[in-house]
Design a protein around this ligand. Structure first.
Ligand SMILES: Cc1cc2nc3c(=O)[nH]c(=O)nc-3n(C[C@H](O)[C@H](O)[C@H](O)COP(=O)(O)O)c2cc1C
Length: 178
């Protein structure tokens, strides 16, 4: 049994990428894993100021919700991120979170397998490529990790557009096999 952390980064209700996250959660729970889901909706996460206090203190100097999320990431064996595609990239709030969790870089983090779930208005398979590459930059700094899987839901624009989308089943299966 693994500790799986699912982080949904969309801030809007009835989010398409969060629906993928929820399916991943259900699949992982069915497989018997211990699953925690965190949504960034309503969280206070300031930009990283680059002070590098995290390298000596082991935690960020800004006291907001990123501290608890970084702790949850530290303790997880598996992390699954869900993000809307914004300008062909991950959401700004997801990038801000990754920056704010820089204390993990200096830690003996446990996580190994990383998953990415994305949703976008356009349908082409290439749409999430830059988001995957962006997460790849983060993964490159955590050499014990690997990108274990991605799911993309294309053609979803408005809230709840994802209902009935085949990517939901893909996310479910990916959670079950995580
Ligand atoms: C700021 C912004 C930028 C976006 N950029 C893109 C884009 O580059 N390509 C695309 O296909 N959709 C783009 N979209 C549409 C969203 O990806 C789409 O609505 C998605 O379903 C939102 O996911 P969510 O419901 O999880 O927030 C953008 C939306 C916003 C608000």
């Amino acid at each position: 049994m693994s500790k799986i952390l699912v982080i949904s980064t969309s801030l809007r209700p009835f989010s398409n990428s969060e629906a993928l996250a929820d399916e991943f959660v259900i699949g992982a729970q069915e497989a018997g894993h211990e699953v925690v889901k965190i949504s960034l909706r309503g969280k206070q996460i300031a930009f990283c100021r680059g002070c590098m206090a995290c390298s000596t203190r082991g935690h960020c100097s800004i006291q907001d919700d990123a501290i608890g999320i970084a702790n949850a990431m530290f303790e997880a064996d598996v992390i699954c991120f869900a993000t809307p595609i914004y300008y062909y990239e991950m959401s700004g709030q997801m990038k801000t979170l990754l920056d704010r969790c820089n204390a993990l870089y200096h830690s003996d983090y446990h996580f190994r397998d990383i998953y990415l779930l994305t949703a976008a208005a356009e349908e082409e398979d290439s749409v999430p490529e830059r988001a995957i590459a962006g997460l790849g930059g983060w993964l490159a700094c955590y050499p014990k990790t690997r990108l274990a899987g991605t799911v993309f839901a294309g053609g979803v624009y408005a809230m709840s557009d994802i209902e009935g989308h085949p990517a939901l089943q893909q996310a479910h299966e990916m959670g079950r096999k995580a």
